[in-house]
Design a protein around this ligand. Structure first.
Ligand code: SF4
Length: 331
């Protein structure tokens, strides 16, 4: 049976974080860029969720909104981000600094630029431990060595004295994960954590994230444009298109019964799933200063109906936990 849900009614079991009608815009001379425009999804405690979509669809803006680390021209204009029963958007700057790192940590794509080139690896990790755990410098260095060991870096005590330029790309990404773990967060946001690594290293770092999640009882939001990578460790997928959610479902459902035309296009463009020929998604990502009316995917959608260019699609639950924003679901 299918039934229509309003956005507020989309149910989850035991959410650690819940984004409700989140709107984040950027302001430029060209106009207001509606980077995230009414986004709703939740992540249950202990769950790993993959946030998927093409570049520019709002994935990283979503993460930066959760962290409240938007650049000066970005602003959260509406909605709620409920984390551990409190709305992060109502916290003052000091309270948000406490949450950042100690309860929610973020790992960025470019570990090379995220690390300070003039400080040793040990100093950088120890600083985070001292800040969030109140440890002495000596205790913090001991804990830093333990964290480097945990993320699989050999000879961790010696590594503490080295600088980022002495590390390979994979080692730097592991170091970023160690720093993220230093605050013992309950939510880890990993933004394209393996995009700068080659194939075998990608699998190793994803496996590491999965292992850390289990060992430390964390919840993970993995941001990636690659569905196949997300499938490696995620339990559920949220597909974003042009600042909005297109579809969410358990990962197996996405791969066997994706219902949104955009998700289906993404699957056909995923290398691991089709060895003979990859399809390119026709058209281009819309300008978010003046996005298309109705369904934002309608100019590229092979199955667009007349109503698609006139009215925003409803959210339809097609099976347990499988929500689709598409007019076709009402046919
Ligand atoms: Fe395509 Fe219409 Fe569904 Fe949008 S609402 S994905 S245009 S069928």
């Amino acid at each position: 049976m299918r039934w229509i849900l309003t956005r507020r009614e989309a149910r989850v079991n035991n959410p650690l974080i819940s984004l409700q009608n989140l709107k984040t815009y950027f302001f430029s001379e060209a106009g207001s860029v509606r980077a995230v425009d009414g986004l709703d999804f939740s992540i249950d405690k202990g769950e790993t969720v993959g946030l998927i979509g093409e570049s520019g669809c709002g994935k990283t803006t979503t993460a930066l909104s959760i962290m409240r680390l938007l650049p000066p021209n970005g602003q959260i204009l509406g909605g709620k981000i409920i984390f551990d029963d409190q709305d992060l958007l109502e916290l003052d700057a000091a309270a948000m600094r406490t949450i950042r790192g100690s309860k929610i940590a973020m790992v960025f794509q470019e570990a090379a630029t995220a690390l300070n080139p003039v400080l040793t690896i040990g100093e950088q990790i120890a600083e985070v431990i001292t800040l969030h755990q109140g440890a002495t410098h000596r205790e913090a260095l001991r804990e830093a060595a333990h964290l480097l060991e945990m993320v699989g870096l050999p000879d961790p005590v010696r590594r503490l004295t080295e600088y980022p330029h002495q590390f390979s790309g994979g080692m730097r990404q592991r170091t970023m994960l160690a720093m993220a773990m230093a605050g013992q967060p309950s939510l880890l946001i990993a933004d394209e954590p393996v995009a700068a690594l080659d194939g075998p290293l990608q699998a190793q770092v994803l496996e590491l994230i999965d292992n850390l999640k289990r060992e430390l009882d964390m919840t993970v939001l993995l941001i990636t444009h690659n569905l196949a990578l997300a499938a490696a460790i995620c339990e559920r997928i949220v597909v974003m298109y042009a600042g909005e959610m297109a579809e969410t479902a358990p990962v197996a459902t996405i791969f066997t019964a994706a219902a949104h035309p955009y998700t289906q296009c993404l699957l056909r463009a995923t290398p691991q799933l089709k060895a003979d020929r990859l399809e390119v998604i026709g058209g281009s990502v819309p300008d978010l200063v003046s996005p298309p009316p109705g369904c934002r995917f309608h100019p590229r959608c092979p199955w667009a109906l007349e109503i698609c260019s006139q009215q925003s699609p409803p959210t339809v639950e097609v099976s347990g936990g499988h929500l689709v924003n598409c007019w076709l679901m009402k046919q």
